[in-house]
Design a binder for this molecule. Structure first.
Ligand code: KG4
Ligand code: ZN
Length: 339
């Protein structure tokens, strides 16, 4: 049986998304309903709000994607869905929808791992694949380096010991009184700032480590905001400080650490190709620093397309296609998993 046109469904965090993709490559339609506005007041994703919001959005999003592609369910060959990792209540909405449609339309069901899908999003930027790759996934919940031997084979090389890069940017932005989500706000605030205005020590850990740690950087920002000797009681940015310089310097520290770790992973493994995916991969400073390190250390970095960095269902349908081709199929007993 050939599986060519796949309906992908994503609901692991705060985006309800559906996409229809042909041959794991050609996007026929993609719809993303973001809940950012519903969570902004809380400064982060609230699981109960997310679950309820997915429930309201899932049917309209599915109708919209078929309308946008000008297709009906007769035209699709299979349904792929994110089953892990993520918020349980959120994952359940997408998985229940996918199982129901698989049963009602009598179409194969395939389960997809959300992080592997972020890596697939970066592979979609390339016309030809030359395995292996070093893969960096940087999002609000994850910061990990993998060795990737195929779209389905990822070996963990190192991950963050504490905050994810996106989480550090989100928390740093909150300290700078910038709006949620913090990554794009810091990028905007720091666009014209001097990234060397404030010296942040790069959290590189010991010499050979491919692990990350961003909580110290967050504390360093807090101390800078509290002034010399940490004496100021109000940890927000004083008028006299340079907000754009502070944002640029903090963003630079995150981007530079991620880029140098990729260079280190390439040197250790002898693999000169890097894939970058996840929400933080949208960041221009990260793209620029990665290109700089690539030039310096002889590796080529490929980023997911901007619209495929943050959560979407194109990457779910794409990886679903690869999994079906490899004979991986789920049944109606498919369950969700937080990790
Ligand atoms: O992949 P994603 O949509 O969701 C997760 O799976 O976590 O990533 C969301 C994260 C947030 O932390 C957000 O601040 C960050 O990606 N982000 C950015 C940018 N756009 C989104 N970080 C830096 N620069 C951006 N332009
Ligand atoms: Zn994600």
């Amino acid at each position: 049986m050939s599986h060519r046109v796949i309906l992908g469904i994503e609901s692991s965090c705060d985006e309800t998304a559906a996409a229809i993709v042909r041959d794991g490559r050609t996007v026929l339609a993609s719809v993303v309903h973001s809940q950012i506005d519903e969570h902004a007041a809380w400064g982060g994703v609230v699981p109960e709000i997310a679950g309820r919001s997915h429930l309201e959005a899932i049917r309209p999003v599915l109708s919209e994607v078929f309308a946008a592609a000008n297709l009906t369910h007769h035209d699709i060959d299979a349904i792929a869905v994110t089953a892990r990792p993520g918020l349980l209540g959120s994952l359940l909405v997408g998985v229940t929808a996918a199982k129901s449609l698989s049963w009602a339309w009598n179409k194969p069901l395939v389960d997809v791992h959300h992080i592997e899908a972020h890596a697939y999003a970066a592979l979609m930027s390339l016309d030809e694949w030359v395995f292996p790759y070093i893969t960096l996934i940087v999002s609000g919940g994850h910061t990990s380096l993998y060795r990737t031997d195929s779209p389905l084979e990822h070996t963990l090389l190192g991950a963050t010991r504490d905050d994810a890069a996106g989480e550090a940017l989100d928390k740093g932005a909150a300290m700078l009184e910038l709006s949620y989500p913090g990554g794009p706000s810091i990028e905007k605030a720091g666009a014209l700032g001097d990234p060397k205005a404030y010296a942040f020590k790069l959290p590189m850990l010991d010499r050979d480590s491919l692990e990350f740690s961003f909580s110290g950087l967050k504390t360093a920002l807090l101390y800078k905001l509290k002034g010399p000797g940490g004496k100021r009681t109000d940890p927000t940015l004083p008028e006299s400080q340079d907000l754009s310089g502070m944002a640029a310097s903090f963003e630079y520290a995150v981007a530079e650490t991620l880029s140098r770790k990729c260079a280190r992973a390439c040197a250790q493994t002898g693999i000169p190709r890097v894939l970058v995916g996840g929400g933080v991969a949208r960041n221009s400073r990260l793209r620029a620093r990665m290109a700089f390190q690539g030039e310096k250390h002889g590796f080529q970095a490929t980023f997911a397309k901007t619209e495929h960095c943050t959560d979407n269902a194109v990457m779910i349908a794409g990886l679903g296609h690869a999994r079906l081709q490899a004979g991986c199929q789920a049944d109606l007993l498919l369950d969700v998993a937080a990790r």
